[in-house]
Design a protein around this ligand. Structure first.
Ligand SMILES: Cc1cc2nc3c(=O)[nH]c(=O)nc-3n(C[C@H](O)[C@H](O)[C@H](O)COP(=O)(O)OP(=O)(O)OC[C@H]3O[C@@H](n4cnc5c(N)ncnc54)[C@H](O)[C@@H]3O)c2cc1C
Length: 367
């Protein structure tokens, strides 16, 4: 989120310091999956419209970064496959197909929620996984998280308005004074965007005394990368929280666990083994594929589950940009643009859903 905010700051000519306690991209964003999954097309809402517009606009945003840097972000609108193991699921899916025809439109562009008897393409999901067929959605996409981070970093290396300070922890924030404490010093700011992932929540909680519950939490996720000779254009498979994502370079990512409590945030264990096993069962081509990396990270989940973006009610010079939870990659460019517009008193060309506002999250935490 912070990297995208810095990109928008650079484009708008705003003098900006990007501070990270580690190396840029070493938080939850430095993982393996990069699935860009739309919400279901039924029960349409402003939140679903926002995510749809973000998923459509990401394509051009990434192309602009790739053009500027000459680096690939491993982006492709390769779609999504959802196996339907029971007849009643097929009936529901057919209804969604009509919803998608109605809502998944952007100008001349149309995206679809096809319901098929057999999976498209060869050498991917076992046809037996979908006894009642398959959904093939053409809106979903994927990006290679580390390639995207590398491209955003390369963009910022050439920046004229953004400076980067790595390996520097912000230990305290004083929006009333307009200062941030770092080891051995103080940074003065006119506006501060707080995009510290799950670690944003304690900063905000410290500033907000009357909360009944925490503003957010860290949810652990584990994922793995396998090496397999797979067509990188194959759609992402999604079933009951299991993702199998084909990437360029003979890589297939498998994830993710969702753990509210954990002893070690960054270890991997038998819960990941079970996901890898399930992926191998569903995709015969992965049966003997070697695991080349196992990885765990902490997602930022805000109390109301939605992203948390906007000016802090008591001090408008502090702007939250966090809470992307499981869908950050598809939204980050838009949420970051909104945060930068707020920071520079500019209007956005789009509206943020009300439930994303930090005041809305504070209201839920205060009940
Ligand atoms: C296993 C797993 C799989 C996932 N799969 C997907 C997926 O397929 N699609 C998707 O959209 N999302 C996915 N996510 C979620 C996504 O990765 C996160 O929501 C997203 O990366 C959060 O981005 P962020 O910028 O808010 O946080 P982060 O990427 O964690 O960045 C926060 C940054 O703040 C820095 N920081 C923290 N505290 C301080 C401090 N005090 N001072 C200075 N710097 C600080 C950190 O070093 C870090 O660089 C997945 C997450 C996990 C764990």
């Amino acid at each position: 989120m912070g990297l995208w905010a810095a990109v928008h700051a650079e484009r708008r000519g705003l003098n900006t310091l990007l501070v990270d306690t580690g190396r840029l991209g070493s938080g939850a964003s430095g993982g393996l999956l990069g699935a860009l999954m739309p919400h279901m097309p039924d029960r349409w809402s402003e939140k679903k419209q926002f995510q749809f517009d973000a998923l459509v606009s990401l394509e051009a945003e990434i192309a602009a970064i790739e053009d500027a840097t000459g680096l690939s972000a491993g982006y492709r609108r390769s779609g999504r496959l959802i196996p339907l193991p029971k007849p009643h699921l097929r009936k529901i899916a057919s209804g969604h197909s009509e919803d998608a025809e109605l809502h998944w439109r952007a100008g001349e562009r149309r995206f679809h929620w096809h319901v098929l008897d057999r999976p498209p393409g060869q050498g991917w999901i076992d046809a037996a996984a979908g006894e009642s067929g398959f959904v093939h959605d053409t809106l979903a996409a994927r990006v290679a998280p580390r390639l995207l981070i590398a491209a955003l970093k390369a963009f910022l290396r050439k920046a004229r308005h953004v400076r980067v300070l790595e390996n520097t922890e912000v230990t305290e924030l004083h929006p009333a004074r307009g200062t941030a404490a770092i080891e051995g010093g103080v940074i003065a700011f006119s506006r501060c965007i707080l995009a510290a992932g799950y670690r944003s929540f304690p900063f905000l909680e410290k500033l907000t005394p009357r909360l009944q519950k925490p503003l957010g939490q860290a949810v652990k996720g584990q994922a793995a990368l396998l090496a397999a000779d797979i067509d990188p254009g194959l759609p992402t498979i999604f079933r009951d929280g299991l993702y199998v994502v084909a990437h360029e370079g003979r890589h297939v990512a498998v994830g993710s666990t969702s753990e509210n409590s954990f002893a070690d945030p960054f270890s991997t264990d038998e819960q990941l083994d079970a996901l890898i096993e399930a992926a191998r069962e569903m995709v015969p081509a992965l049966r003997d594929a070697p695991v080349i990396e196992r990885w765990a990270g902490l997602r930022p989940k805000a109390i109301d589950r939605d992203p948390m973006v906007g000016a802090y009610p008591e001090n408008h010079n502090l702007i939250a940009l966090t809470g992307g939870f499981k869908v950050s990659f598809g939204l980050a460019h838009r949420l970051a643009e909104a945060a930068i517009c707020i920071a520079s008193d500019a209007n956005t060309e789009f509206l943020l859903p009300e439930s994303f506002a930090i005041s809305s999250h504070i209201a839920v935490s205060s009940r």
